[in-house]
Design a protein around this ligand. Structure first.
Ligand SMILES: [Mn+2]
Length: 295
């Protein structure tokens, strides 16, 4: 069978668990939007994890809220849907097998990572599973991401964690991560300012923006409870705006996903994104900030 999941730590841990319990011969990594937009074909040979429901799949596991834009599962689907910190947790509980017991720590760290219940140190100086989690990012390109994903899955099944972290491919990504985060932190300091409870970062004047840790901004502005960031989309066709709650100061009542959906985007309560027309971006950002201040 084929496993279809997302290319993140929750996807990795899900793959570790499912390949232990089911006969999986390969894994496909896709984006949830590919299911919503019906761009990816799902067949009865597929087990899906961490993606919206698809009626053709043999089994389905997810931990996200069901949304209006996706197909709803019938009562008797195979698999499980539950609101949990990670889909890995949903899968672990579903099988509740002795064979998976050795992954208890991996699953609980995946919970922390996926739900962003992290400490400041997990962001400024990540270690262990959290560090590994930050390396599993398709945007930070060294070699084939799919190969890396599959390698991490098989390493986690055959080696202790410290040995996984000492693999040259992992170390190479960790080095790049640290380098990018250092540059990103410097740029964040230069381009961010607090506006009441909101921290606003404008990266539109930055030519080459490294992929940096999205939680770093909250270590710089701990007194704010929500962030707005803008940077150019491809070919400057739109201004890409992202909103997020401060994970270290969870006092904002704003629903980032709802606000973003009013501007053609979407997301969850804690994080959202929307593409804005370049000529209207400034005015729209001002409106968005106003809403975040009064929420
Ligand atoms: Mn997840």
């Amino acid at each position: 069978m084929r496993l279809v999941t997302r290319g993140d730590l929750d996807g990795v841990t899900s793959a570790v668990l499912i390949t232990t319990m089911e006969d999986i011969d390969h894994t496909e990594l896709i984006h949830p939007q590919d299911i919503t937009d019906k761009k990816f074909e799902i067949t009865p040979d597929d087990i899906m994890a961490n993606l919206p429901y698809h009626p053709a799949a043999a089994m389905w596991f997810d931990h996200h809220e069901l949304t209006a834009s996706n197909v709803r599962p019938p009562e008797n689907f195979r698999g499980r849907h539950a609101l949990a910190p990670s889909v890995a947790r949903v899968i672990y509980d579903y099988y509740s097998s002795e064979k998976l017991r050795k992954y208890e720590y991996l699953v609980s760290e995946t919970d922390r990572f996926d739900a962003a219940t992290l400490d400041i140190k997990d962001v400024t100086d990540p270690q262990g599973v959290v560090l590994l989690g930050f390396t599993i990012d398709s945007r930070s390109g060294i070699g084939s991401f799919k190969d890396y994903f599959n390698n991490v899955v098989s390493w986690l099944k055959t080696m202790p964690l410290d040995k996984v972290l000492s693999q040259p491919e992992v170390k190479e990504r960790v080095d790049l991560l640290r380098e990018n985060n250092a540059t990103f932190l410097k740029l964040l300091k230069e381009h961010s300012k607090p506006v009441g409870n909101v921290v606003f970062t404008d990266f539109r004047t930055v030519e080459r923006l490294p992929v940096g840790n999205r939680f770093l901004v909250y270590t710089l502005f701990p007194e704010t409870n929500v962030s707005v960031r803008v940077q150019w989309g491809p070919e400057k066709k739109f201004a890409a705006v992202t909103l997020g709650h401060n994970i270290f100061n969870r006092t904002s009542k704003a629903n980032c996903g709802h606000i973003c959906s009013d501007y053609g985007g979407g997301g969850h309560k804690g994080a959202g994104a929307c593409p804005l027309p370049p000529d209207k971006a400034d005015a729209m950002i001002e409106e968005i900030i106003k809403r975040l201040k009064t929420a």
